[in-house]
Design a protein around this ligand. Structure first.
Ligand code: BGC
Length: 255
């Protein structure tokens, strides 16, 4: 099956590799969502093998978009905060394209979720400085200026309150759990992070994905920012949808 408006969208994460066929015109997954466990250790070779298995499941031969949890510059991983360190320096696009025989386009996972939000979700039509934050094992970020992505912002790695730990080690969903905090108790801590981003970037809007989206009602009263904060409301498929949109755009540009 290969149609111009259909792209296979894949989200590579620390625990699962998930994907489905995405209809770009609607931003919807039109197949079932297929998930394989991320191999352990998640070395480039092992992940490439699992990725090829997922592609084979869909009998897919067209372009593929992939969201990956690292800085991804021109297809190459430049960091590895919550993934196997051996990824640093790996050309993910070349590795995955070779593994499945398809044309693969890769971007950061939070950038992918942000792209989905800006095109089909809570960010649709939003101008100015907009961030998407994904709150999970780490904190991922995506920056948009008048709807255009500025890739690889990595706002989970800013330092808070002069501490040695970066923000995601203090206020991610995983950090909340480790500290035994309810979402309500976590709210004021997360608000400090949002105020820090206010001082640094003066955003117009911050969209929250991951746990920050699902549990928004439980902590929203703690937020005191001068900018708007809203939940993505576009739950666990956003990464795959955004990655597919990105791949479609790249294909249109002849990349
Ligand atoms: C990584 C980011 C990623 C985020 C969410 C962070 O630790 O540095 O690249 O987007 O986790 O997966």
């Amino acid at each position: 099956m290969k149609k111009d408006n259909i792209i296979l969208g894949v989200d590579i994460g620390g625990t699962g590799i998930k994907g489905g066929l995405i209809d770009i015109t609607k931003g919807e997954m039109i197949s079932e969502r297929y998930r394989l466990a991320t191999p352990k250790p998640a070395t480039p070779e092992a992940v490439a093998e699992t990725f090829a298995e997922l592609v084979a499941h869909f009998k897919w031969e067209g372009p593929i978009g992939v969201g990956f949890p690292a800085i991804v510059s021109h297809g190459v991983a430049l960091s590895a905060a919550n993934i196997d360190k051996s990824w640093v320096g790996t050309n993910i696009e070349k590795l995955l394209s070779k593994a499945c025989g398809c044309h693969v386009h890769v971007l950061n996972d939070a950038d992918a979720a942000g792209v989905a939000s800006m095109h089909y979700g809570a960010g649709k039509g939003e101008m100015g400085v907009v961030f998407m934050l994904t709150i999970g094992t780490g904190i991922g970020s995506a920056l948009f200026m008048d709807g255009t992505l500025v890739p690889n912002t990595e706002l989970g790695h800013v330092f808070l309150k002069g501490q040695e730990q970066v923000a995601e080690k203090m206020v991610s969903k995983a950090a909340r759990k480790a500290q035994g905090l309810s979402w309500k108790e976590w709210g004021p801590h997360f608000n400090e992070y949002l105020l820090h981003l206010q001082r640094l970037f003066s955003p117009d809007l911050v969209i929250l994905g991951g746990g920050g989206s699902k549990n928004f009602d439980e902590f929203k009263d703690a937020i005191t920012t001068n900018y708007r904060v809203k939940p993505a409301g576009f739950l666990n498929k956003a990464g795959s949808v955004g990655a597919a949109y990105y791949a479609w755009e790249m294909e249109q540009k002849g990349n």
